[in-house]
Design a protein around this ligand. Structure first.
Ligand SMILES: NC(=O)c1ccc[n+]([C@@H]2O[C@H](COP(=O)([O-])OP(=O)(O)OC[C@H]3O[C@@H](n4cnc5c(N)ncnc54)[C@H](OP(=O)(O)O)[C@@H]3O)[C@@H](O)[C@H]2O)c1
Length: 262
């Protein structure tokens, strides 16, 4: 899927058609979230882009007039996430797609990572993700349809090890487990829940990996011997967001250049 294409969708395979669907994407002020919001908007979806920083959100919305609505919110706050859900429904009358992407990490050995730091990471990566699943999921159940894509990580499946981040790994493993449970609870009511587990993609979160010699050594040890390119998650995203994955729920799609295959 080439994302340098123009904004207006043309001759889309109906299986992958997400035009006029209403999506919420969290963590859309940078990195993967910005990329996800852009990919959905370019395919004709209406996107509520959520993060705390308003300037980058506004810049993103300005690039896609009428398609992206910028809503500043802290996903760890109940009232602010409820406001996101309400704004989406007020704007377009439904919530069809949720991309639960906001995330943080703390890189330090476990002997230094205290419980408060661990909790802060879990609060954003897991509890806040659940908060939006819960609030948007209720709306989707009323509608009788919807698809939720939780952004996990390969570090929910394998250890991060030489980039020590205990809270991050724990939270991402839990996201995969939570995805299965929500999927099972809601499967016969039209709401699908899947997870996407990326390998390494360049962003504010992973900048050091892409610029350090330790990072370069890591990439040399994995099958494709490189990090993911900006648009290499878009195919999986659109697949999970569309009817192309209509019989799939509770699963985790791993996009990692073969990292976890060895
Ligand atoms: N990049 C990778 O290689 C990679 C690999 C596997 C998984 N992931 C996952 O992909 C997701 C995005 O990561 P990224 O690499 O794109 O990192 P990033 O560039 O640092 O983006 C993180 C996003 O989360 C938002 N965020 C953080 N705390 C928030 C809060 N309390 N409320 C609202 N928004 C909040 C940030 O926005 P504000 O600061 O403006 O609030 C930002 O937009 C994360 O869940 C990460 O674990 C990334």
């Amino acid at each position: 899927m080439n994302d340098s294409a123009a904004s207006t969708p043309t001759s889309i395979d109906p299986l992958f058609d997400i035009s006029d669907k209403v999506a919420i994407v969290t963590g859309a002020s940078s990195g993967l979230g910005r990329q996800f919001a852009t990919a959905l908007a370019r395919r004709g979806a209406y996107v509520v882009a959520v993060a705390r920083r308003s300037d980058p959100l506004k810049a993103l919305a300005d690039e896609h007039p009428g398609r992206i609505l910028a809503v500043s919110a802290d996903v760890t706050k109940d009232d602010q996430v409820q406001d996101v859900v309400d704004r989406a429904v007020e704007w377009r009358g439904a919530i069809d797609i949720v991309v639960n992407n906001a995330g943080i990490t703390s890189i330090q050995p476990a002997e230094d990572e205290d419980a408060a730091t661990f909790s802060r990471v879990v609060d954003v990566n897991l509890v806040a993700l659940y908060r939006l699943c819960h609030l948007a999921g209720r709306r989707m159940l009323e509608q009788g349809q919807g698809t939720i894509i939780n952004i996990a990580s390969i570090n929910g499946l394998v250890a991060s090890w030489s980039i020590p981040e205990a809270g991050y790994c724990a939270s991402k493993g839990a996201v995969i487990s939570l995805t299965r449970e929500l999927a099972a609870q809601w499967a016969d009511r039209g709401v699908r829940v899947n997870a996407l587990a990326p390998g390494y993609f360049r962003s504010e979160l992973t900048e050091e990996l892409f610029t350090s010699s330790a990072g370069e050594r890591r990439f040399r040890r994995m099958p494709m011997r490189r990090g993911g390119r900006e648009d290499e998650l878009n195919g999986a995203l659109v697949f999970l967001a569309s009817n192309a994955s209509s019989y799939m729920t509770g699963q985790t799609l791993v996009i990692d250049g073969g990292w976890t295959s060895v």
